[in-house]
Design a protein around this ligand. Structure first.
Ligand code: NDP
Length: 330
């Protein structure tokens, strides 16, 4: 069995030398545990934070130990009540081929109800992040003009479509290539979209949302956040989901120069963590599941093959190689 270890804490962009794919014997489950053969591994931007030693909402990866992350796999040995060989489970011991998981930390998933990969993306953590951040943190209501950055990614593509399906006045997205912009317009039904690499964000946003923005869902930070505050309408809400543009910074970036606009607009900025919103999971699946099944809400995945390419897949997320959720298939 192979598993990924963090060898040294990256400074700036992670380098392959900071990691190693290590061989280990296939572990055996103890009482109350199952042995899972992983089928899909999730790679996510937040993992960059766990590679640093800084105190955060989740413990740093330990050097020289197997890394962790979302995964879906098949139970191949069970010493736990309620989970049998052949069951499929969602759990948090990814970055490896085989995992021994406490039954209490494994959630059974149904491969007939949705493709297994969906439990890591469109119907999983990133989907709930979009749902909770838009509807609860940003308090979206029909008629709102919504701007989302990282709009071709896993979270962002779902934010824009949920807003559209719930009656947004206007949905605007930004992404890092013309191909991604075309996808937003042609497939996801955004009203306007722009390539943030093609010109200043504040200019492109002002053109794409000439009547301003009521909700900004931030996946990026930096000049996107500054521009969104600059375009904010009275009573506007900004949900801070992520700030991927600063994750590899070695010095803290300066703050938005547009902050004083919050006074005129009585605007509100609020960060959120999906982990605080799992009470919404049943409602999320009930509402979004049928949209996915009917095709009203579309999603893409970028699937990389083989445990050996997990690091490359993770680095690809930081570069923007992915459209929709980035996954590794074993
Ligand atoms: P994505 O699928 O959106 O992948 C990340 C994308 O970020 C890339 O595809 C790339 O697309 C874009 N990107 C990379 N660098 C930059 C940059 N410098 N400027 C602008 N865009 C950049 O990832 P997720 O959907 O999983 O996550 C999206 C955001 O949500 C992240 O910030 C993540 O940390 C956050 N998050 C927060 C959670 C919470 O609980 N608060 C939970 C889950 C995710 P492009 O080609 O467009 O540049």
């Amino acid at each position: 069995s192979r598993e990924w270890h963090l060898l040294s804490r990256p400074v700036g962009l992670p380098r392959p030398e900071d990691f190693a794919l290590v061989g280990a014997p296939i572990p055996q489950p103890g009482p109350g545990q199952v042995l899972v053969r992983n089928l899909y591994l999730s790679v996510d931007p937040y993992m960059r934070g766990r590679m640093s030693a800084a105190k955060s909402y989740v413990a740093p990866y330990e050097l020289g130990r197997a890394m962790q992350g979302g995964a879906v796999g098949e139970v191949v040995a069970s010493a736990a009540d309620g989970l049998a060989v052949g069951d499929h489970v969602l759990h948090f011991l990814g970055w490896r081929e085989y995992a021994v998981v406490d039954a209490g930390h494994a959630v059974k998933v149904d491969p007939d109800a949705a493709p297994l990969s969906a439990y890591l993306g469109v119907l999983g953590m990133t989907g709930l992040t979009a749902y909770a951040g838009l509807l609860r943190t940003a308090a979206f209501k029909a008629g709102d003009s919504v701007f989302v950055s990282g709009a071709a990614g896993a979270v962002g593509s779902q934010v824009g479509q949920i807003a559209r399906l719930k009656g947004a006045g206007r949905v605007v997205g930004s992404a890092g290539s013309d191909e991604k912009v075309r996808l937003l317009l042609d497939e996801y039904g955004f009203d306007a979209a722009f390539n943030y690499k093609a010109g200043p964000v504040h200019e492109q946003l002002a053109q794409a949302a000439p009547d301003g923005v009521d909700v900004y869902f931030d996946n990026v930070g930096g000049d996107h956040l500054e521009a969104a505050i600059g375009s904010l309408n009275r009573g506007g809400r900004i949900a801070i989901c992520g700030m991927i543009s600063v994750y590899n910074d070695t010095e803290p970036a300066p703050g938005p120069r547009s902050l004083s606009r919050l006074i005129q607009t009585r605007g509100r900025i609020e960060g959120f963590l999906v982990g605080d919103h799992y009470d919404l999971q049943p409602r999320f699946v009930e509402e979004v599941g049928p949209w996915v099944a009917s095709g009203a809400l579309k999603y893409r995945e970028t699937v990389v093959e083989g445990v050996g390419n997990t690091l490359e897949a993770f680095l690809g997320v930081l570069r923007g190689d992915n459209v929709g959720k980035m996954l590794v298939r074993l």
